[in-house]
Design a protein around this ligand. Structure first.
Ligand code: BTN
Length: 321
């Protein structure tokens, strides 16, 4: 099926016979593959008497291209990179592994059948339209140091997108990447193993690239994507490489020094800095002025009772107008 996807990715019409010959399989096998590809949510058009095509083509992930886009320091920190055509969730896949390697183990998927967002939400993961990436990293100092990690990830993703020429990128505490105030990317950090000792942290990153209309209808919040990058010919492989080029060296520094290095850029990107906001958790709603974050990544919320430290996890922030 992967071969068929690669052939159809050019958006041109390919006859059934041509598809069979190119792969050394029967026409019946091609027909079955076409059905399997359509089941992934790919729009395979049958052009009567001529063959099959995917209108607009496909921007497929390619391990070689991603690795070719990596700079020396990022490449040196990469323990492994795998791409799945379809998987339940890249975060879940890394949680199922017993990761012993030092450095980063990266898992990418063209689509997720059970993509997960923060606070129990689903993360829409249509085929080859966005980036679904998880990175596992073994930390040796225990989980106490992870408060600022998801904030650092937000900074790194924002900086990578900025380097690709994406305008209007900002951050909403704890770790939403916004574009002109609408959600462009999200981060889901999960810890596997003993949080008091060496443990593996799985960092899931979802970036909307060219969200198809169908999937867009399922997104339950204002969202944004990078469709103009796709139109301009920037591939998802280039976006992934840009993020990894920043993220992997950043993880090595974070492990040694914590959030301090990202505090300044985080504040510069924070769209609700010094603005009235509302913080909602399962138990309560608190309003105040967002005064930034401390070195643990907690939000400093100025309330009439004084400054309260709000911790990430299962809370959400909304501006108050
Ligand atoms: C959020 O709600 O903002 C976090 C979204 C995180 C989505 C990514 S996509 C790759 C990884 N796999 C998942 O199931 N979720 C994360």
């Amino acid at each position: 099926m992967q071969n068929l996807l690669t052939i159809l990715a050019d958006g041109e019409i390919h006859s059934g016979q041509d598809l069979a010959d190119k792969q050394g399989v029967s026409r019946t096998a091609v027909w079955k593959q076409v059905r399997a590809v359509a089941d992934l949510g790919v729009d395979v058009e049958r052009v009567r008497g001529l063959g099959y095509r995917v209108p607009g083509g496909l921007d497929l992930l390619d391990q070689r291209l991603i690795e070719r886009g990596l700079q020396h320091d990022a490449r040196a920190l990469l323990a492994g990179l795998e791409i799945y055509t379809s998987i339940d969730s890249t975060n879940l896949e890394l949680q199922r592994r017993n990761i012993e390697a030092s450095g980063a183990t990266v898992c990418l998927a063209e689509s997720q059948t059970a993509g997960r967002g923060r606070r129990g939400r689903a993360w829409q993961s249509p085929f080859a339209s966005s980036i679904y990436m998880s990175v596992a990293w073994k930390f040796h100092g225990g989980a106490t140091a992870f408060g600022g990690l998801s904030l650092m990830l937000g900074v790194v993703v924002s900086q990578a997108l900025d380097a690709l020429g994406v305008d209007g990128v900002g951050l909403k505490w704890p770790n939403d990447v916004l574009r002109h105030g609408r959600k462009l990317a999200g981060v889901l950090v999960e810890i596997s193993g003993d949080v008091t000792g060496p443990c593996t942290v799985i960092m899931g990153i979802g970036i909307n690239v060219a969200v198809p209309k169908e999937a867009a209808r399922q997104i339950d919040q204002p969202w944004s994507d990078l469709s103009e990058l796709r139109t301009a010919g920037t591939s998802r492989n280039q976006i992934v490489a840009q993020v990894l080029n920043r993220l992997l060296p950043a993880l090595a520094v974070y492990e040694e020094q914590g959030f301090a290095n990202w505090s300044e850029p985080w504040h510069a990107l924070h769209v609700y800095q010094d603005q009235p906001v509302l913080i909602r958790s399962a138990e309560q709603v608190t309003t105040g002025i967002a005064r930034g974050v401390d070195e643990q990544g907690a939000l400093l919320l100025e309330t009439p009772q004084g400054v309260q430290r709000m911790h990430g996890g299962e809370v959400s922030l909304r501006p108050v107008s």
